[in-house]
Design a protein around this ligand. Structure first.
Ligand code: FAD
Ligand code: NAD
Length: 404
């Protein structure tokens, strides 16, 4: 009998967790496993706010895929997926066409702009390692140019962050530490720099514990960050953003840098694949398969699952993506063996939001934590995610050891 082909798209948390669990639990003669990713490296999306602000170098947030896969069990192909056709079971890439018996789609998230005019063109998004490098260099360019210009335009030194969700707040935490360094490096007086966070909801980190939110806002304000809440961004232009302050009241914020961090959607390739989706996310069956497609699994941010306790989707997180990868690997092996698949049940341990290298807020195992204790926990979580994919050697190579 022909060995089945397992094709995994994307080497993010979900895709890699699937592959490393397949290679651990499957014999070389049982299936052909191919992993396709557009880069020959994986990046830690959960560290991209640091690379974007410039508090970590881009090479610190990524590692070679070859370091975590076993070449005798998994074939890695560096290719950009261009199309997924479920009807003909074909995946097209810039490096050839692939067929499959089992497909795992783990192509991750894209920034959501909600169709707001100008954002696609004029705002930067913390979307991947290349985009993070662009944000870092754009901010440095603005500081360097301000310093050189004879007639100075102070709006070059205004940074607007759209969205005060976890991504926006973590990026602001890094900026709060980075801006004093930039001022020194580029001879810029600190009082010329403005960092403004614009949030549509009436509160920062909507839905999160109010006491922890107060702590975060206080600590970020102490670093000079301003908040404008209940004021959605309604347009972006080359000069900045327009925000809505009341029924017919608008304000324009002139800014040299606009970073859009106001939510995510799934990968756009899902929308052309023939699989039913909402904002490029697939409401998966309990065993992580796409409804009506028994040979297609979805992992990570492209998957949508409802938390039945609160009747709302689970948030798209790396924590869940990695757990899903474990279940998807098990379920593919079960299908090959002709046994029943199992349900995916998330094991939520809590969440920690960093506020810069030595500060954070979080709720872990139901307990609230702040400050260095929370920041220590965040680094433990970061190291744990490396361990889950690449074991102790990856932690030694890429881990965070400045724990306090
Ligand atoms: P991704 O990690 O997005 O990986 C997708 C992969 O697919 C990438 O390797 C990409 O290169 C590849 N790919 C994409 N398109 C193509 C293509 N066309 N062809 C080939 N390859 C392609 N979650 C937490 O749980 N904890 C946190 O602390 C946390 N912090 C975060 C901080 C930031 C700044 C951000 C932006 C997100 C954070 N998240 C966090 C959310 C988390 O990063 C995502 O939920 C997670 O990355 C989703 O994993 P994934 O495997 O679905 O996709
Ligand atoms: P999000 O959806 O959690 O937050 C987006 C924020 O943008 C919301 O507060 C929303 O009200 C605001 N917003 C929406 N439209 C706006 C507009 N027009 N103008 C101004 N503000 C607007 O998105 P995110 O922060 O990018 O996070 C994405 C996912 O990644 C979430 O699931 C999050 O939990 C996860 N994440 C987790 C961590 C962590 O655990 N430390 C860190 C970052 C991200």
């Amino acid at each position: 009998m022909k060995r089945p082909t397992i094709l995994v798209l994307g080497a993010g948390y979900g895709g890699l967790a699937t592959v490393v669990n397949l290679q651990k639990n499957i014999g070389t003669d049982v299936a052909d496993i191919t992993l396709i990713n557009q880069n020959n490296y994986h990046y830690e999306s959960t560290w991209l706010h640091e690379a974007s602000a410039g508090t970590l170098r881009p090479d610190q947030v990524r590692y070679e895929i070859a370091d975590v896969i076993k070449a005798d069990k998994v074939k890695f192909v560096k290719a950009s997926v261009e199309g997924i056709d479920i009807a003909s079971k074909k995946v097209t890439t810039d490096n050839g066409e692939f067929t499959y018996d089992y497909l795992v789609i783990g192509l991750g998230f894209e920034g959501e702009t909600f169709g707001i005019p100008g954002l696609d063109k004029y705002a930067l998004s913390i979307a991947n390692v290349k985009a993070a490098r662009q944000i870092r260099e754009h901010i440095e360019y603005q500081f360097a140019t301000w310093s050189m210009d004879e007639v100075k335009d102070d709006s070059r030194l205004t940074i607007v962050v759209g969205g005060a969700g976890f991504t926006g707040i973590e990026f602001l935490g890094e900026l709060g530490n980075r801006v004093p360094e930039l001022c020194k490096e580029f001879d810029v007086p600190k009082d010329k720099v403005s960092i403004i966070c614009v949030e549509a909801s009436p509160m920062v980190l909507p839905g999160f514990d109010p006491e922890l939110v107060e702590y975060a806002v206080g600590h970020l304000q102490a670093k000079g960050i301003e908040f404008s809440v209940g004021t959605p961004v309604v347009e972006a232009t080359p000069e900045g953003v327009k925000i809505k302050k009341g029924e017919d009241e608008f304000e324009f914020i002139k800014a040299g840098t606009v970073v859009w961090a106001a939510g995510v959607r799934g990968n756009r390739l899902i929308e052309q694949s023939g699989i039913e989706n909402m904002r490029a996310r697939v409401k998966v069956d309990k065993d992580m398969r796409a409804p009506g497609h028994n040979d297609v699994f979805i992992v990570g941010d492209c998957a949508l699952m409802i938390n039945e306790e609160i009747n709302r989707p689970y948030p798209p997180t790396a924590q869940i993506a990695m757990q899903q990868g474990v279940t998807v690997a098990k379920n593919i092996i079960s299908l090959i063996n002709g046994s029943a698949t199992e349900e995916f049940v998330p094991d939520l341990k809590g969440s920690v939001c960093s506020l810069g290298e030595h500060d954070a807020i979080g709720v872990v195992f139901g307990k609230k934590i702040t400050g260095t204790k929370a920041s220590f926990m965040k680094k433990v979580i970061d190291n744990r995610s490396l361990y889950m994919i690449g074991g102790p050697s990856l932690v030694v190579k890429k881990g965070k050891f400045n724990l306090l």
